[in-house]
Design a protein around this ligand. Structure first.
Ligand code: IMP
Length: 501
């Protein structure tokens, strides 16, 4: 007869944190959100860490190079999706690794024969008013000069005239040669009171532009997550089918972390993939595995597969229909609580700490906070990031509101055959994900700042200054349905809602 486990499957929404003593020391600016992402020994302490406990889901509608760059600049990491050809995934990883903070490749370039009208059209297309004038109009051709809005009057000059009569030529520009550091470039901009510094190579070809405004942007990202060569940190997903070739290409491209992307990680295929990659690359790359929802799954991934971190969650994702389709999964809170207890037991037994990632089903900032309090070291989110400006999908307007497309990796659209097909290779008989739209929420940085602000504030209420302390001291209570009603605003008319109805 089947076994019925004692526990009811519970979700984050069913819990509330209780406040602890907040001392005068507990202020948000002193809270550290560093989170380990690699297994470590008690005596040596944490090794690789995220600077904020957030990673983005390995999904086509979420983790492209643009979002990966933006998230690493805030201190988190993206997992570039593997439901694409190996070469394309490796190219995305490379793009993130090659991103040089403050050094941008010029996307607005014209030859000297182009007209002022061409310049205006280009400005409208790219939104950038600094145009590099190069020998053949190419991005990395010989630089001849720079044209900006200040060089001509749009409503007075003859727009059919070539830009050669207007741009500021090389000899009048302040330039720098490739190899200059960002700090030196910034000094140069400041000394000469310039807005833009073109960087050229020895042959005079344009390499990058450094802008004064980016210096301030850089200053506002003190948590940027980088590797030991100061390149942005990036993760990539792999599957249990082509992991040998894909793993090699991704490591070659510079991926810092690989994570097996599977809806059910408690499998021999996963152990084969992780053991192989560990043997090939040792500790050169961080290896994550999942997803699991039981302590047995956790032990298997840690002891048999040998992962660095374990990803938790089956069926909770916002686009996920696994539970409906297959009757398998677990409430995310129950899964995190059981596995965190097992992780702590494993730590006590062996002195090895295994970071945990709670993946999927986080619908708001409160649930993120509860997941971290319950023992997750960091959280993976899909919808949260799919809604942002930096996700790879286009914005669409419907009935006056702006949305972004968001679809599951197990949907027909993703054609992620590898992940959901069984070892028999039958292909996809049914879908495990839906194809949907989510409201557009603006730039990632602004959204994250709000979430991080709430997290730090709650941690102060609980009386902790680090995530480790949060795990140790958090006290939670289960809530009744009436408590949820009491916590809302159901007994008053909210002005914002009255207005919009
Ligand atoms: P979200 O943050 O609630 O949107 O969930 C994102 C997570 O859902 C991902 O990290 C995956 O673990 C999971 N996921 C992605 N695509 C699918 C799917 O098609 N079916 C089931 N789960 C999925």
């Amino acid at each position: 007869m089947a076994v019925i486990v004692e526990d009811i499957s519970r979700t984050f929404q069913e819990f509330l944190l209780l406040p602890g003593l907040t001392t005068k020391n507990h202020v948000p600016s002193r809270v550290s959100l560093k989170a380990p992402i690699q297994r470590f020994k008690r005596e040596s302490g944490p090794r690789a860490c995220l600077n904020i406990p957030f990673v983005s889901a390995s999904m086509q509608a979420v983790s492209g190079a643009g979002l990966a760059t933006a998230l690493a600049r805030k201190g988190g990491a993206a997992f570039i999706y593997c439901s694409q050809p190996i070469a394309e995934q490796a190219a995305m990883v490379r793009e993130v690794k090659e991103h040089k903070a403050g050094f941008v490749e010029s996307d607005s370039n014209l030859s000297a024969n182009a007209t002022l009208r061409d310049a205006i059209e280009l400005r409208e297309k790219t939104g950038h008013s600094t145009i590099a004038i190069t020998e053949d109009g190419g991005r990395h051709s010989k630089l001849l000069g720079i044209l900006t809005d200040k060089d001509f009057w749009e409503f007075k000059d003859d727009l059919s005239k070539p830009v050669r009569a207007y741009y500021t030529p090389l000899e009048k520009l302040v330039l720098a040669e490739e190899g200059i550091s960002l700090q030196e470039a910034t000094e140069k901009l400041w000394k000469h009171k310039k807005e833009c510094l073109p960087i050229i190579d020895r042959q005079g070809r344009l390499k990058y532009l450094v802008f004064r405004k980016d210096y301030f942007d850089h200053k506002s990202n003190p948590d940027e997550l980088t590797d030991d060569k100061k390149r942005l940190f990036v993760g990539a997903a792999i599957n249990t089918h082509d992991y040998k070739e894909r793993g090699a290409a991704l490591v070659e491209a510079g991926a810092d972390c690989l994570c097996v992307d599977s809806s059910d990680g408690y499998s021999e295929w996963q152990a084969d993939a992780v053991s192989y990659l560990r043997k090939e690359y040792g500790d050169k790359v961080i290896l994550g595995g999942g997803n699991v929802v039981t302590k047995e799954g956790f032990r298997y991934l840690v002891e048999v597969a040998g992962v660095d971190f374990v990803k938790i969650g089956i069926g909770g994702g916002s686009i996920c229909i696994t539970r409906e389709q297959k009757g398998i999964g677990r409430g995310q809170a129950s899964a995190v609580l059981e596995i965190a207890a097992e992780r702590d037991k494993y730590f006590a037994e062996t002195g090895t700490y295994i970071p945990l990632c709670s993946d999927g089903g986080l619908n708001n900032d409160t649930q993120v906070i509860v997941a971290l309090a319950m023992g997750a070291d960091f959280v993976m989110m899909g919808k949260y990031f799919a809604m942002t400006e930096e996700s790879p999908t286009p914005k669409v307007t419907y009935q006056g509101r702006v949305f972004k497309p968001y679809w599951g990796e197990g949907s027909n659209r993703a054609r992620n055959w590898q992940r959901y097909k069984d070892s028999g290779g039958e292909g996809m008989l049914f879908e495990e994900g839906v194809d949907a739209y989510v409201p557009y929420s603006g730039p990632l940085s602004e959204k994250l700042n709000v979430t991080l602000g709430k997290l730090r504030s709650t941690m102060c209420n609980v009386g902790v200054l680090s995530l480790k302390e949060f795990h140790e001291k958090a006290q939670l209570t289960r809530v009744s349905e009436l408590t949820l009603v009491e916590g809302g605003t159901s007994t008053v008319e909210r002005f914002d809602r009255v207005q919009s109805s």
